[in-house]
Design a protein around this ligand. Structure first.
Ligand SMILES: *Cc1c(COP(=O)(O)O)cnc(C)c1O
Length: 229
């Protein structure tokens, strides 16, 4: 891919808008989160300049270093889309505006405590497991109770659901999994259903996604070696 990030964003946004209209949805309902893990700070700078308002990172240390290089860029909303380790809760809350991967009460308690100590309310999504290949996420049946328990914590605001689709070529299986996530979102409530990545955003939009998380289709393949959390 020799296109610039801006060119890819504009082209992708057009495809997303068309896909939304094709299933009777308004393009404005769908936010594109740029997933910049393993990408350099300049890639984020370029994406934000092109109009990407939401950026997702998986690793706390990598994100902190990168965001520090982006003073004066933005504003953009910072989403943590990695696995929440309770011992990193404070750093996560200091670094991010939204935490998408809350899949157990312990993570919520740690995040709420950290948010309260920093005098802020943290937006979170309940991560639901809809894929046999995915390690994280709470069971679909347990998600409403987890959402209730998280809502009882003082410094969290539960905004909806996040899920990672199954890794398969079977488009119908992907669609069924996303429909399950959408039903769970209906039960939990909120304004954000974060489903769909570079390879499956079409199925996600058809199922009701309000936020697609796009890495490689926007930034290209990931050049920088993995930074462990
Ligand atoms: C890496 C990642 C993405 C983006 O994946 P692409 O296939 O590159 O679009 C989205 N969501 C999560 C949770 C990720 O870890």
């Amino acid at each position: 891919m020799s296109d610039t990030i801006r060119e890819r964003y504009v082209a992708l946004r057009e495809q997303v808008d068309a896909a939304a209209r094709a299933v009777g949805r308004r393009p404005g309902e769908i936010t594109m989160l740029g997933v910049s893990k393993k990408q350099p700070a300049d890639a984020v700078r370029e994406a934000v300049a092109a109009g990407v308002n939401d950026i997702g990172e998986n690793y706390v240390q990598e994100a902190r270093k990168k965001f520090a290089l982006l003073d004066g860029v933005g504003p953009f909303v910072k989403h943590f889309i990695g696995h929440v380790q309770t011992n990193k809760a404070k750093q996560i809350v200091q670094t991010f505006d939204v935490v998408q991967g809350v899949d157990r009460i312990d993570a919520g308690i740690a995040l709420s405590k950290a948010a309260a100590s920093l005098g802020k309310t943290l937006d979170v999504l309940v991560q639901v497991n809809i894929s046999p290949q995915e390690r994280f996420g709470c069971a679909v049946d347990e998600a409403p109770a987890l959402a209730d328990a998280l809502r009882a914590l003082p410094a969290l605001s539960v905004r909806g659901v996040m899920a990672i689709g199954p890794i398969t070529e079977d488009r119908e299986e992907i669609g069924r999994a996303f429909t399950l996530a959408a039903k769970t979102f209906e039960r939990i409530g909120g304004n954000t259903l974060s489903i769909g990545m570079s390879g499956d955003w079409r199925e996600a939009i058809a199922a009701g996604s309000t936020m697609i998380r796009i890495g490689t289709a926007l930034f290209g393949s990931r050049p920088v070696p993995a930074t462990p959390a």
